[in-house]
Design a binder for this molecule. Structure first.
Ligand SMILES: Nc1ncnc2c1ncn2[C@@H]1O[C@H](COP(=O)(O)OP(=O)(O)O)[C@@H](O)[C@H]1O
Ligand SMILES: [Mg+2]
Length: 587
């Protein structure tokens, strides 16, 4: 077999395999071109998640008819005047996006330089089918229709229009975040999905694109080290989310997806955020061009840092400093040594056989010599003045409630010691077990809300919930689509009590992205229960009455596996009388 050069249209199709993976990747290239052309306003129109139509209009420099012809040739670019790839300041530079897209779709470019006539050029899967004058305002409009229509092997890898749309929205969001000085509008299937006006205020732009409340719940990040500059916004630890979908990194103005960010954010928030919660961050890193290589991936979404550890350190320090300065660092961490003095029983067997219970457990109580050192600051206890203890406290394995500490822990007196219960962890576990029983019996009772509640979410979140409406109803959560960006809640699972409905639905929408679409919610019962319980009536931070506390203790005693929470941590700990005596030197 002799060697031959591949024909140009084949080369383009092969390149298209790398650059144009799905509508979102084509859209990304087109918006980047508009940004590189100096646009002040970029308007995107999509149909069917971008599969049927992607249209990007800009008011940038425009192209002459001759340049339009060149732009459709492979490796033709106006962006590397000096042939120095390392110094490239534009988003594009490879000169392969337009010819690649044109080889797998119908591509129409209309463009006009200010003061000149407009011109159009149309290519159908690699072949020029039309060119001529076009009436268009100064700037460029590129339309991509029928992506992969003639490449069935690629078309079949496209996901549902909803999923493709979600990916497109993510692309627009990231680029709009990178360039607050440019106005962006996005229309999908004739509906306006996003519209942000040009503004120099970057934190405001980030809030508009993630969560409007972020503006009041974030701190500014600003740190310089060894020629690198880190700026941006970091959400307060308390303003967290169920998934890490709002963590953005921009390197030299370019949105990148880098695993380094995930780890660094986790590290920075480690002691102020629960492991299963995620912060919102948008970080803008400016590094000298010799410290980063952007040309490692055809779609340029990945970068390679010369010294990743240095970058990671910068991000962790930048975030920590910002959070510290805001005074929101958690000061609540107990001394580790103090904890070891306490009896903890994470793997408690089911507590159903009450009679043999105290015996079985007492034998496992360990005696520990170390004194707790955390008793110095007075705990925030809450007294119950009118409280009269029930006649026989000792009858209960977990004792009777004597009070609540820090609105989070129930302190109870048992026959053989002092019990402390993490009310939230325990409640979460009880909710899961109640759900299991409900599922086994075929129903989970719903409690109708007095007034249906309208919850505003982004469109992709509403779509995810929408797709699971029937399943969520089985959990007692009755939802209804309420316009493109809102859900109506009619009832909530009765076993939650009157909790925080907005938080519940918002978190569920988040969680659904993490769930495998092929799995039913019943198969993800543990996760659903955990999310729901987080918004039930017995949250950490809620003041409980003595009756409520005792009810919780009694339910724990008869619920299987109630000794550990859904994440494997203990729900209660006990200090035996003998241990207390030791701590006071009485033994
Ligand atoms: N929206 C636009 N406005 C002005 N010029 C454009 C636009 N889109 C593309 N071009 C021109 O077409 C060339 C080729 O674009 P592309 O194939 O995306 O390659 P690259 O962006 O890597 O240069 C660009 O270098 C630019 O000169
Ligand atoms: Mg380009």
């Amino acid at each position: 077999m002799s060697i031959r050069r591949l024909p140009e249209h084949l080369v383009n199709r092969i390149a298209a395999g790398e650059v144009v993976e799905r509508p979102a990747s084509a859209l990304k290239e087109l918006i980047e071109n508009a940004i590189d052309a100096g646009a002040h306003q970029i308007t995107v129109k999509l149909a069917t998640g971008g599969i049927d139509l992607i249209e990007v209009s800009d008011d940038g420099t425009g192209m002459s008819p001759a340049d339009m012809a060149l732009a459709l040739e492979r490796h033709a670019t106006s962006k590397l005047p000096d042939d120095v790839i390392e110094a490239v300041a534009t988003l594009g530079f490879r000169g392969e996006a337009l010819p690649s897209i044109a080889s797998v779709a119908r591509l129409t470019i209309e463009s006009r330089i200010r003061g000149a006539e407009g011109w159009a050029r149309q290519v159908d899967n690699g072949a020029l089918i039309h060119e001529g004058p076009a009436g268009i305002p100064p700037g460029t409009r590129v339309r991509v229709e029928g992506l992969f229509e003639r490449v069935p092997a690629r078309r079949k890898f496209l996901r549902t229009p909803k999923a493709e749309y979600a990916a497109c929205l993510d692309v627009v969001r990231r680029l709009a975040m990178a360039r607050p000085e440019i106005g962006f509008a996005l229309e999908h299937d004739g509906r306006l999905a996003l519209n942000v006006a040009a503004s120099p205020d970057r934190p405001a732009r980030v809030a508009q694109l993630t969560d409007r409340a972020l503006a009041d719940n974030s701190v500014a990040v600003d740190l310089e080290r060894e020629g690198m500059l880190l700026g941006g916004v970091a959400g307060l630890p308390t303003f967290n989310r169920g998934i890490a979908d709002h963590q953005y990194l921009f390197v030299n103005g370019r949105p990148v997806k880098d695993r380094l960010l995930v780890g660094a954010v986790r590290g920075a928030y480690a002691d102020v955020l629960a492991r299963d919660r995620h912060a919102i961050v948008a970080l803008f890193l400016d590094v000298p061009s010799d410290m980063v290589d952007v040309n490692v991936h055809p779609a340029k979404t990945e970068v390679r840092f010369r010294d990743p550890a240095l970058v990671r350190g910068l991000i962790v320090s930048g975030l920590r400093r910002a959070l510290d300065a805001a005074g929101h660092r958690s000061a609540q961490r107990p001394d580790e040594a103090a904890l070891s003095a306490w009896q903890s029983e994470p793997l408690l067997p089911p507590l159903v056989g009450r009679d043999n219970w105290p015996e079985a457990n007492r034998s496992r109580f360990s005696v520990n010599d170390r004194r707790p050192t955390f008793l110095s600051p007075p705990p925030q206890a809450r007294g119950e003045p009118a409280y009269a203890p029930p006649p026989e406290p000792i009858a209960f394995p977990l004792g009777v409630a004597r009070g609540q500490v820090a609105q989070t822990y129930i302190v109870a007196e048992a026959e053989d010691g002092l019990v402390i219960v993490d009310q939230h962890a325990a409640h979460e576990r009880l909710v899961l077990e109640r759900m299991r029983r409900g599922m086994a019996a075929g129903v989970i009772a719903a409690q109708a809300l007095l007034l249906p509640e309208v919850i505003e979410l982004d469109e992709a979140a509403c779509d995810r919930l929408d797709a699971r409406i029937a399943e969520l109803a089985e959990f007692g959560l009755d939802l209804e689509r309420f316009g493109p960006r809102a859900m109506l809640v009619r009832s909530v699972p009765a076993l939650l009590g009157q909790g925080d409905v907005t938080g519940l639905v918002t978190d569920l929408a988040d969680e659904l992205t993490a769930y495998d679409e092929a799995l039913s919610l019943k198969e993800r019962l543990d996760d659903v229960a955990a999310t729901m319980a987080c918004h039930g009536s017995v949250r950490a931070g809620r003041v409980l009455s003595v009756a409520e506390m005792n009810a919780l203790l009694r339910e724990m005693e008869v619920t299987p596996h109630s000794g550990q929470c859904n994440h494997g941590r203990p729900t209660w700990i006990k200090l035996a009388h003998g241990d207390i005596e030791k701590l006071f030197g009485r033994r």
